[in-house]
Design a protein around this ligand. Structure first.
Ligand code: ATP
Length: 352
């Protein structure tokens, strides 16, 4: 059998980031040890709001370089509420990483692991299963670094949609749909914004090349409604950056909250895997964060790395999470239970 040696850059970051990343690393160690011909080597690097306070740079050049040269990056969470750039915006090196490494696809799977996790009525385990493809490099985040003056009479942001940017995220969504239930929903605001009418035109062009995949177009306001009323109607959803930011939190909410939502930021050459949640400063340091989102992000990383063995490792992790979540006793505080981060991690390690 072919042997694979993978170097993983690890950026724990701020708040609960290092706590949940530690859990993900324990799980990866346990799984990695059972994969034939696979060696995972982890190297940790500083980044985040804490690093900004320490050194003045939230994403040091050495960290950036390590992510560029690694086979994949595992990230915890970044940003702290009180730590901001002089202009007032949050320190968010994870956004810089996405732009620097051209990680155009924000992939956010939403899966219901236990009926008790959803606030919605009538959904059984696996009854909600969709994936959001968020465009990560343009949209309404395109001019996020613009300076603004406190005495200004007007401040504006620009929503940028390019043919290249829209085309590649839509293609990625259709390719993913072919591996799933073959249905893609475009989420936009094409009835109001010209940039979105353009996005829809590009979507239609790409959709024509995937005649075997169903395609529908919805406005973002209706999509928010349907995600709450009937989330099982969705398979793959594709959308602009800010819409993806908002709807992925909403979708996470219907399957148990941020502690259950993994994510991957994928480009042509690089990939960063991190839970969809932020640094959760309200619970940081208490040992009660739900590590499942980080652990499932590690599974996404294994699946993305080449080779059948790493894919097997990803399935092992998902099966263990599934098995643990099947019991109502296995819930952290965010899911209404009492397990600590340590205890939840141990349950998953046992299930492995
Ligand atoms: P960001 O803007 O960086 O994504 P945010 O401001 O949206 O972050 P989060 O840090 O994601 O906020 O936290 C939102 C809420 O979800 C908080 O109440 C937080 O405690 C909770 N939360 C987030 N992650 C977890 C987790 N892993 N376990 C338990 N609760 C979590």
């Amino acid at each position: 059998m072919q042997s694979h040696f993978f170097r993983i850059a690890v950026l724990g970051g701020d708040g609960i980031g290092p706590e949940v990343t530690a859990s993900a690393l324990e799980v990866l160690d346990a799984v990695g040890g059972r994969l034939t011909g696979v060696t995972l080597v982890f190297n940790e690097f500083p980044a985040g709001a804490g690093e900004y306070l320490r050194s003045g740079n939230p994403l040091p050049a050495a960290t950036m370089e390590a992510c560029r040269s690694a086979d994949a990056t595992l990230l915890g969470a970044m940003g702290l509420p009180g730590v901001r750039w002089p202009g007032g915006t949050e320190i968010s090196p994870q956004l810089d990483l996405r732009e620097e490494l051209d990680l155009f696809a924000g992939v956010r799977p939403i899966h219901l692991y236990n009926a008790a996790h959803t606030p919605l009525k009538g959904y059984q385990e696996s009854g909600i299963d969709l994936v959001i493809f968020r465009e990560n490099t343009e949209g309404l985040f395109a001019t996020r670094k613009n300076a603004w003056a406190r005495d200004a009479e007007e401040v504006s942001d620009r929503l940028v949609v390019t043919r290249h940017g829209a085309g590649r995220i839509v293609r990625a969504a259709f390719q993913e749909a072919r591996r799933r239930r073959k249905f893609v929903t475009l989420v936009d605001k094409a009835n109001v914004l010209p940039s979105m009418a353009f996005f829809r035109m590009v979507f239609d062009e790409v959709a024509a090349g995937f005649p075997d995949v169903g395609a529908e177009r919805t406005y973002v306001d209706a999509a928010a409604l349907y995600l709450v009323q009937k989330p099982d109607r969705f398979d793959v959803m594709v959308m602009e950056n800010l819409f993806g930011d908002i709807l992925s939190d909403l979708a996470a909410g219907v399957t148990g909250g941020m502690g259950m939502a993994p994510s991957a930021d994928l480009g042509e050459k690089h990939a960063v895997f991190q839970p969809a949640h932020g640094s959760a400063p309200d619970i940081a340091g208490k040992g009660i964060a739900n590590p499942i989102a980080a652990i499932l992000s590690a599974a996404m990383m294994l699946e993305w790395l080449p080779g059948a063995e790493t894919t097997r490792g990803a399935h092992m992790i998902r099966r263990a999470v599934q098995q643990v979540c099947a019991s109502p006793a296995h819930r952290t505080a965010d899911l209404g239970g009492a397990l600590t981060t340590r205890q939840m991690t141990d349950r998953i390690l046992e299930a492995l």
